[in-house]
Design a protein around this ligand. Structure first.
Ligand SMILES: NC(=O)c1ccc[n+]([C@@H]2O[C@H](COP(=O)([O-])OP(=O)(O)OC[C@H]3O[C@@H](n4cnc5c(N)ncnc54)[C@H](OP(=O)(O)O)[C@@H]3O)[C@@H](O)[C@H]2O)c1
Length: 307
């Protein structure tokens, strides 16, 4: 059977990079659709056999149409990226150019927001923006021709706001009891690349890390695994937390949203939705053949992030 051609948008990204490598391992010809094709991708050399680079931007339908037509790709992996129509015209361009199956990097927060895609309020920015893309995919491709991967909280989130502080050995944490499942981007990418090539019977794929951990426990795990001294202080008021996020470059509205979400997140998703959580942990094993990676193992294999 001829090897399928798949197109992966944003392959410099943590999940898409591994999705591309995994799709190649499953025998696909892989098109790397990049805003800047001259960029390095860790683990994929320029001119590497089985890969082709094309210029494309997920917010620019003409570049998408051209990339798909030029390469003959039939299946696509996409991220949610900000666009005025929630990627509707980009998704139409994928379909018009010949894509017949899409894997979309979505978010578990859709469940927390009630699960009804149409009803999620724009005020709930993260679930809303992912739900809008899922709705466009449903409308343009239909349920049989796309799969949303509704991921839990990435293990790398800890570093998004506390990276430098962890490396410096002194962290000031807001909401230290805020708890998340810490799924590894490599697991997500392996699932995405496998499903991209082989398809899936599942209509929605939930994926979670194997053990919910508070922010405090995550930092203690980093300290233990890397034998590093890390002092932890607590930010005591939400107003101070908002100021701290603003100082890290976030707009005020986003800083407020993050501080409020973290404060409310002391009961983990695993406790709120145990059945979906268990399904999401076992999906990793079912699709990749190995268990969902623990935060401890994630830290061991990504020590460069914390040093
Ligand atoms: N953080 C969480 O806990 C969480 C939970 C559930 C779901 N998610 C979803 O997962 C995503 C993060 O995944 P990740 O860590 O793999 O992301 P990432 O490492 O930040 O990579 C995203 C990639 O998208 C590419 N990109 C950005 N805008 C683009 C555009 N207009 N056209 C084409 N490519 C574009 C960027 O590539 P270049 O800059 O090289 O162009 C970047 O490398 C979030 O955005 C969210 O949708 C996150």
């Amino acid at each position: 059977m001829a090897s399928p051609t798949v197109i992966v948008f944003g392959p410099t990204g943590n999940v898409a990079r591994v999705a591309a490598i995994t799709a190649r391992k499953h025998g696909a010809q892989v098109v790397l659709a990049m805003r800047d094709p001259s960029k390095e991708i860790n683990g994929i050399r320029h001119e590497e056999n089985g890969y082709e680079r094309v210029q494309a931007d997920l917010t620019k339908p003409d570049t998408i149409r051209e990339a798909v037509l030029k390469t003959g790709a039939k299946k696509a992996f996409i991220y949610q990226v900000h666009s005025s129509d929630h990627l509707k015209s980009s998704i139409e361009a994928l379909k018009e150019a010949g894509i017949d199956f899409v894997v979309f990097m979505s978010s578990f927060t859709i469940v927390d927001a009630g699960g009804d895609l149409e009803a999620i309020s724009p005020k709930e920015h993260i679930p809303y923006s992912h739900a809008r893309v899922e709705l466009s995919l449903l409308e343009v491709f239909g349920r049989e021709h796309f799969v949303p991967i509704r991921s839990g909280s990435l293990a790398t989130n800890l570093m998004m706001f506390n990276g430098q502080a962890v490396r410096n050995g002194h962290v000031s944490l807001w909401a230290p009891e805020s708890t998340s499942d810490c799924i590894s981007a490599d697991d997500l990418g392996e699932v995405a690349g496998t499903v991209l090539v082989n398809g899936s019977d599942k209509k929605i794929i939930y994926l979670f890390g194997p053990e919910p951990l508070s922010q405090q426990k995550q930092i203690e795990t980093v300290a233990r695994v890397l034998q590093k001294d890390i002092k932890i202080d607590t930010i005591s008021t939400e107003a101070e937390a908002v100021e701290a996020y603003k100082a890290k470059g976030l707009p005020e509205a986003v800083a407020r949203l993050i501080a409020a979400n973290l404060a409310q997140n002391t009961k983990s998703f695993a406790a709120r939705e145990p059945q979906i959580y268990r399904e999401g942990v076992s999906n990793v094993k079912e699709i990749t053949g190995h268990p969902s990676t623990s935060f401890q193992d994630f830290v061991s294999s990504n020590s460069h992030l914390f040093q």
